[in-house]
Design a protein around this ligand. Structure first.
Ligand code: AMP
Length: 222
């Protein structure tokens, strides 16, 4: 499977991506996680992008494209991947199309999660991320077994800087202005790539709906 996962911040992309990579055995490539790791390790890339991410702004296209090229070329990926959070602008989508044509790796589907503003605000407000392994939780919707502690390795759970209210507002504006046109780009008649799924349900309900559109009758087989 070669999938792109789109949707506003808080739509549940990270949660559904984790389920999909288990199901389809593909490699999860999250540009957001890669950028956060670079920032946490204070690498030259991290120092270059830290200000954009903390403010909820998009990192320049050329930088994210470099990350995607590097991640797709890693050993073990072998043309089976799920991209989460990329492309986020039409120029990124155009450059990605060219890249995939060059690599001979056509996309199987672009999955777009749709969520109401109320659901997004609630999800981001309660989101917690494991400082050690990046696992995602929500204080009410996906609570850890022990307060503020990751179920997997016992890491502490943190609120992401860009989940604070000012950055959330900026990220929602950026989604409307820059990323929604990408949904239109893939929905162009004749491309037959775009699959829209409402993400207002529980993670299990949304996961079941995603599998239905990817694997159900009429779904395009990879
Ligand atoms: P995410 O974890 O996907 O919500 O991404 C967190 C932040 O990383 C975003 O708010 C941006 O600052 C940055 N980022 C992630 N992916 C991209 C991308 N494709 N283009 C530009 N910036 C990105």
């Amino acid at each position: 499977m070669r999938l792109v996962l789109l949707g506003p911040p808080g739509a549940g992309k990270g949660t559904q991506a984790a389920r999909l990579v288990t199901r389809f055995g593909c490699v999860h490539i999250s540009t957001g996680s890669t950028l956060r790791e670079a920032i946490a390790s204070d690498s030259p890339l991290g120092r270059e992008v830290g200000g954009y991410v903390a403010a909820g702004k998009l990192v320049p296209d050329a930088i994210v494209l470099r990350i995607v090229v590097e991640r797709l070329s890693r050993p073990g990926v072998e043309g089976r991947w799920l991209l989460d959070g990329f492309p986020r602008t039409v120029p990124q989508a155009e450059a990605f199309d060219e890249l995939l044509t060059g690599r001979g790796e056509p996309l199987d589907a672009v999955l777009c999660l749709r969520a109401s503003t109320e659901a997004v605000v609630e999800r981001l407000g309660g989101r917690r991320t494991c400082a050690r392994c990046g696992a995602l939780y929500h204080v009410r919707l996906i609570p850890p077994r022990r307060d503020e502690t990751c179920d997997r390795g016992g890491g502490g759970l943190l609120v992401r800087d860009d989940d604070r209210p000012e950055a959330v507002l900026r990220r929602l504006e950026v989604y409307e202005g820059e990323t929604k046109p990408v949904v239109g780009y893939y929905g162009f008649p004749g491309r037959d790539l775009l699959r829209l799924v409402s993400s207002d349900g529980t993670p299990e309900e949304v996961g079941a709906e995603i599998l239905a559109v990817l694997e159900g009758p009429g779904a395009k087989r990879p």
